[in-house]
Write a protein that binds this ligand. Structure first.
Ligand code: 18C
Length: 253
């Protein structure tokens, strides 16, 4: 359904390449704005209903158990601090479909079905089969955005949103998974005395959230076990991939 632009009192300064007349324009702005606002709320503390499912140094993965008609749709969130990389780099590689198969071990294939703008495209992704469930696929738009902060409380951030969409051209061969995923990053710079910023002086604060509906019945215990194993694995694998890829490249601020 179409969302009004008025609802997203755009407090987050940003630039979008997608044409304002594109049918997804309002939806994308709304999703980006909601994710940034929700993240801001989270940092304000308050009561926490999230349970930790993995904790390893600076990596923390949380979930909230939620079942609708017997289908597990546990919302998941993670925070991670990774040295030597920037938020722009993390989001660039998370968004870029050219490298997705290099780090996403849960996918069997990933194909761009619609290029919308230099910051937005739609892709069809076939997920590896997990026994005993039927094979799943996902069709979603991916949008990359730089959000410049206006003051100290509103820091400079990069964000990628992957959000399910529909396309009658894509045949329905699998069980369709739907999702709302966001990767939000902030770069922390420890200014060196000599003023030359190297990779030793930077780190990236990552906040990742995933709301996935498996699209049909899947055994809850298997699904929860797969999530518990796969999300931390993904975050470690993906960030090592980024570290490794950029280590000899100039820092992309
Ligand atoms: O965010 C991630 N990836 C993005 C794309 O690169 C995108 C996410 C897309 C897909 C998420 C799909 C989740 C599917 C869940 C339903 C599966 C049902 C299986 C039933 C089991 C009983 O935003 C990173 C996503 C990291 C996701 C980790 C958890 C997903 C587990 C899904 C199963 C994966 C198969 C495992 C194969 C093992 C590989 C050695």
């Amino acid at each position: 359904e179409m969302m009004t632009e008025k609802a997203s009192a755009v407090s987050h300064h940003s630039k979008i390449s997608l044409n304002p007349h594109h049918p997804l324009y309002n939806e994308i702005n709304q999703l980006v704005d909601n994710h940034l606002t929700r993240m801001d709320e989270k940092t304000e503390g308050g009561k926490d209903t999230w349970q930790v499912i993995a904790e390893e140094g600076d990596l923390k993965v949380y979930k909230r158990e939620l079942e609708v008609n017997g289908v597990v749709i546990d919302p998941l969130k993670a925070s991670y601090v990774v040295k030597g990389i920037t938020g722009h780099e993390v989001c660039h590689y998370f968004w870029s479909i050219d490298v997705r198969m290099d780090w996403d071990a849960t996918l069997e294939s990933s194909v761009c079905t619609d290029w919308l703008a230099e910051d937005t495209f739609v892709s069809h992704n076939v997920i590896k089969r997990v026994w005993p469930a039927s094979q799943r696929d996902a069709l979603f738009w991916s949008h990359l955005r730089h959000v410049t902060g206006s003051n100290d409380e509103d820091p400079d951030r990069w964000i990628v949103v992957n959000y399910s969409t529909e396309d009658p051209k894509i045949p329905n061969k699998y069980v369709r998974v739907t999702m709302n995923v966001a990767m939000i990053c902030e770069t922390i710079i420890d200014p060196p005395a000599d003023g030359n910023i190297s990779r030793d002086d930077i780190k990236c604060k990552i906040s990742y959230t995933a709301e996935v509906n498996p699209g049909g019945w899947a055994p809850a215990s298997v699904l929860r076990a797969v999530y518990k194993r796969e999300y931390p694995k993904f975050l470690k694998r993906f960030t090592s991939y980024v570290k490794d890829t950029v280590k000899d490249k100039p820092i992309m601020f």
